[in-house]
Design a protein around this ligand. Structure first.
Ligand code: ZN
Ligand code: ZN
Length: 443
């Protein structure tokens, strides 16, 4: 080959490489994964979540992305980090990407990897409390914005990101106060994205509503007596009858799911979460004394499709009848008696179609819309009359929220970033006012 030709080819390849790097400055995945690990390594488990450490980390991310940031502290010690990417038309209602920063506790000794090390195994699975619920989503939002900014994309609608505390203990000092605040009203939000669930198959799951948590305790009282004596109406006997009744109801609801007649989100779930009874000694319990009090706790979840009045009647008449010396109390009882907070999935809600389209553009498939079988902060935004969609982009992943050895595969995490990139693009480029937005503007 002639020297001149060689030189031309050489220069051509240099220029091509330069332009490829310049036009799409895609960051290597080790750095993306390492940022996810850093967030997972901050121990934000209850009862003492390191909220300030996580806020500091999130603010450093925001600064590296040139996003505006503010910290709202509705309750001292519980910072909520709010980030903003201003759109070209800030008068249009904004997009809110919400995620919670807290996680549930982990029984460290029962995990194969320490839950706050964020170890990656040979298969690329990242083990950590919060890897599915829901630190993944919070950082995927940020990584998607990093890529969009890198590609020169400019949103038309404004995007807000809220990183909220306390979701796992009810969200009262976090998303609830935020959604009710003046600051929130000023943001003029039109659509909220919040958490969903992983899918064990290849279809992403999308949620339009959720169950209400009824945290119920039932208590029995009765006469104490000799451990050898047979008598009626002891506290233990009375409580056991209630437990049996609740179990029968649980089995009938679960049976509908097992038979494929109802989805998990459509039935009432009842699970016993504690039992408290007996006369303690320093080494155990007194064995020959029937106690005068016995108590059980149930996590009951009620879908918007259930009749809350008949369920409450069942509780007071069958599970805790006063005729059996029983009382009951709700530690928390959702909103079922007021209005049903359900986000439309039909044409009246353009955000639904846009989300489906965006996931498909990122080569994802979507399953049937579902009711979230537990609870999320989305309820507080729905209560404000806003559409809120539950979505966590994880497919081919076992559901391990609140479980031991919670993990997310790194490739799945990276794919989720591309899905959010597509969603944020579609959402922020949508310029028509939805019917709701238009009627809000008229007010
Ligand atoms: Zn969660
Ligand atoms: Zn959770």
């Amino acid at each position: 080959m002639e020297d001149a030709l060689k030189i031309r080819l050489f220069l051509h390849s240099i220029i091509t490489i330069y332009f490829c790097l310049y036009i799409s400055p895609v960051e290597s995945s080790p750095e993306i994964i390492s940022r996810f690990q850093q967030y997972l390594q901050i121990n934000t488990a209850h009862p003492n979540p390191k909220y300030y450490e996580s806020a500091e980390f999130l603010i450093s991310q925001a600064e590296s992305l040139n996003l505006e940031h503010e910290t709202l502290e509705f309750v001292k010690g519980k910072p909520l980090v709010l980030l903003k990417w201003t759109g070209k038309n800030p008068n249009l209602p904004a997009i809110l990407l919400n995620s919670h920063t807290d996680v549930v506790p982990a029984e460290h000794h029962k995990w194969n990897h320490s839950p706050f090390d964020a170890n990656v195994d040979e298969a690329g699975d990242i083990y950590a409390r919060g890897s599915q619920d829901m630190k993944c989503v919070g950082l995927q939002y940020l990584e998607a914005i990093r890529r969009l900014k890198g590609s020169g994309f400019q949103p038309i609608r404004t995007v807000y990101l809220s990183f909220v505390p306390d979701e796992e203990i009810g969200g009262h000092d976090g998303a609830e106060k935020f959604a009710e605040s003046e600051r929130f009203k000023k943001m003029n939000v039109g659509i909220v994205l919040d958490e969903g669930l992983p899918s064990p198959d290849e279809n992403y799951r999308i949620f339009y509503a959720e169950k209400c948590a009824w945290w119920l305790t039932i208590k029995a009282t009765g006469l104490p007596g000799h451990g050898a004596k047979l008598y009626d109406n002891s506290a233990m006997e009375n409580l056991l009858k209630s437990i049996e009744s609740a179990r029968r109801f649980r089995a009938s609801q679960f049976g509908l799911v097992k038979a494929g007649l109802m989805a998990e989100g459509e039935v009432v779930s009842v699970n016993m979460v504690f039992l408290k009874a007996g006369t303690p000694t320093p080494t155990g319990f007194v064995m020959n004394l029937q106690p005068s009090e016995a108590e059980a706790g149930f996590d009951v979840r009620v879908p918007p499709t259930a009749d809350p009045i008949s369920l409450e009647k069942r509780i007071s008449e069958e599970w805790a009848p006063s005729s059996r010396n029983m009382t009951f109390e709700f530690k928390q009882q959702g909103y079922n008696f007021e209005k049903k907070f359900v986000t439309a999935t039909d044409n009246s809600n353009p955000w639904w179609k846009l989300l489906e389209g965006a996931v498909e553009k990122a080569n994802g498939k979507i399953g049937k819309p579902e009711i979230f079988p537990a609870s999320t902060d989305a309820r507080y935004f729905r209560k404000q009359g806003l559409p809120a969609i539950g979505f966590s982009p994880m497919i081919n992943t076992p559901v391990l929220l609140h479980d031991h050895n919670e993990f997310l595969n790194q490739d799945e995490y990276l794919k989720g970033i591309a899905v959010y990139e597509s969603i944020i693009k579609e959402y922020t480029s949508y310029i028509e006012l939805t019917d709701n937005e238009a009627s809000r503007d008229e007010l």
